[in-house]
Design a protein around this ligand. Sequence first.
Ligand code: UD1
Ligand code: MG
Length: 456
Amino acid sequence: MTDRFAIILAAGKGTRMKSPRPKVLHEIGGRSMLAWSVALAKDLGCKRTVVVVGPDMPQLSDAAARLVGAENVAVQRQQLGTANAVDAARDALRDADGHAIVLYADTPLVPKEAGERAFIEVEKGASVCVLGFKAKLPNRYGRLVTTGDGALEAIVEANDASEAQLAIQLANSGVMAGPAKLMFELLREVKNDNAKGEFYLTDLVGLARGRKLKAAVALCEERDVQGVNSQVELAQVEQVFQQTVRERMMAAGVTLPAPETVWFSHDTTIAQGVTIEQNVVFATGVSVESGAVIRAFSHLEGAKVGAGAMVGPYARLRPGALIGKNAHIGNFVEVKNVTLGEGAKANHLSYLGDGEVGAGANIGAGTIFCNYDGFFKYRTVVGANAFVGSNSALVAPVTIGVGGYVGSGSVIVEDVAADALAIGRGRQFGKEGWAKAFRDENSAAKKAGKKPPGAI
Ligand code: UD1
Ligand code: MG
């Protein structure tokens, strides 16, 4: 196969976002828009990806360098238009022999299949192929002028279009593919004699046609190429992403009784046969295995939930929470960096941080792993089938042996041997009749208008 390359345009200032963060570093599904485009280029098998940034955007350049390597970050000195932006990648791609695709970093949801269709047209002989779509309201989009047989003749920007051209519904997504060398050759011929005085990438179509070369359109859906220019559009694109994932999950056999209330990340993996109740949030890095139930109002991040496990309602799984097969994590339980063995349970009001809980162990209500002394963190190990009574504080580093038993309300500061009992609290004592005597004395004093010393 011919080598593939990608050029991602990210030089826009994004002023309409009114955000201190560069526009394309805002996230969709927990991943920056820039990273979405880079991931698409990778999925398309691109050998190299060049990100075009503006000058004085250090945060963006650093992020781009981390994603594609500093040698693949190109700077467009001045914003002279999309053709000029692509031209900024000329140096980085001087040895590129193959086909190149231009992507906009603020258009994060282009599906792999759509990019593939554009490349395939080029592989079949088109000198330029753009992704087009039927726009509901084509307003500001460039219009695709086609001939009777559907071949692409030119792209006319809305500002430069005639009445008749404005009536065209077929719009330019901005994604364009072509042979890299030809693309850079044609770019030299682009002029800025148009309404905006910009160098338009879209002129490559007319230039190719002028040389009797073939130009093509590959079709995609409007929602696949929705761009982000403002916070409102960011939220709209997030909705499109969420809706797409929800539908994909349900089609794959995940039960979502209220899909519109469940939020996924770009990398969430949920197996067939999982039920996810209302208002659950999956931050990045979560996988859930078959038969597990994630109950309402739970928040999961960087966690693995094993087959048949039950999580929530109101559970919080933080990075490194590895919940074993058939284990239970109940309401108001927070788990961080803890492995729970098969069938282990922590059903109520607990913090389990840094450690492990063996198979079949039971963590009573209100148990806290005291993992931090203000300077360092330590691990708590609870052996298989151990029982930790309610309201216990396990002060790490500490180990409860296999089958060990901790009395409720204990503060455990020393290791507990396997099958041993440990109680770390004051011994209970009682006084017969004390409560009655106390009541009698005080009610008598109250009647007599007297107060015990110190009472107010
Ligand atoms: C462009 C297309 C239009 C298409 C539309 C789809 C051109 C001339 N027009 O118009 O046909 O329908 O996208 O959204 O290409 N950028 C730079 N440097 C520049 C100029 C732009 O990096 O000098 C980047 C922007 O940050 C943006 C992208 O290129 O991500 C597109 O630029 P924009 O100015 O939004 O183009 P449109 O006028 O929307
Ligand atoms: Mg635009």
